[in-house]
Design a protein around this ligand. Structure first.
Ligand SMILES: *[C@@H]1O[C@H](CO)[C@@H](O)[C@H](O)[C@H]1NC(C)=O
Length: 243
């Protein structure tokens, strides 16, 4: 065997340079809860979320394996550069706001940890962020909730089965609903849409479903809260919500 064919065999086995992953876990947060949860602990320096922020905003598009593992920080020769995606700013402000600090810091983390692992499919920062933002704005989870008569409320919890069925029917595939306990009350927190390498929806695998189910404990319902006013104004971030 020639030296180069040895290298090829070696690289096929170890997938040199390219990360191994089966699908994208496209995690979107229920913005109402994302705004709350950061304030439950201590007030972080919040980014001012725009008034027209998406009801479901992106946390990240994460290359993931069916067994539940995922690659991370796959290419340190491609550090985040804000100027590569600056033209997407107004779209990202609405679809992918940070709740804990300046947006570019959040994007840098998502890019370097996750985006660099899917360069085989989304070969640069621009394609990664624009495909994600477009996917989120086209998904229509919020419209599906309102068509199903599910209205945000501070007090009336929603059945998690109803929520899960409504969101799954919305995309025609099984999605994973996640929860977060905020000051002792279970809140609907996020929905994971699973995407193949062409960014087409697929049924989420059992590993994704069971991780999400665990976050909802064994509860049958959770609060789907409206976006608090404080989300829109970082100045209010200095007022901690008492535990
Ligand atoms: C890593 O990033 C560099 C710089 O953009 C690029 O030239 C290289 O092809 C990337 N490597 C892989 C395996 O994608």
């Amino acid at each position: 065997m020639s030296r180069s064919s040895v290298l090829v065999v070696f690289c096929v086995l170890l997938s040199c340079g390219a990360a191994r992953y089966d699908f994208f876990a496209f995690v979107t947060r229920w913005t109402g809860t994302a705004c709350l949860s950061t304030r439950a602990n201590e007030p972080p320096p919040l980014h001012d979320v725009p008034k027209n922020v998406a009801a479901f905003s992106i946390h990240g598009a994460w290359p993931t394996n069916y067994d539940g593992t995922w690659p991370s920080f796959c290419n340190n020769s491609y550090p985040f550069k804000w100027n590569e995606i600056q033209d997407l700013k107004s779209l990202l402000d609405v679809q992918w706001p940070s709740m804990t600090g300046p947006n570019p810091d959040f994007y840098k983390h998502e890019w370097e940890k996750h985006g660099t692992c899917s360069l085989d499919v989304l070969p640069n920062e621009h394609s990664y962020f624009s495909a994600s933002a477009k996917t989120n704005s086209n998904t229509g989870f919020a419209a599906c909730l309102s068509r199903a008569g599910i209205k945000p409320s501070q007090t009336q919890p929603v059945s998690l089965t109803t929520l899960s069925n409504t969101l799954s029917n919305c995309v025609g595939k099984k999605v994973a609903v996640g929860c977060l306990s905020v000051r002792g009350q279970l809140h609907f927190n996020q929905v994971t849409l699973c995407l193949d390498r062409n960014f087409k929806a697929i049924n989420c695998p059992s590993t994704t479903m069971s991780t999400a189910a665990k976050s909802c404990s064994s509860s049958s319902q959770a609060l789907v809260v409206p976006i608090p006013q404080s989300c829109y104004n970082s100045a209010e971030g200095t007022i901690p919500i008492s535990a």
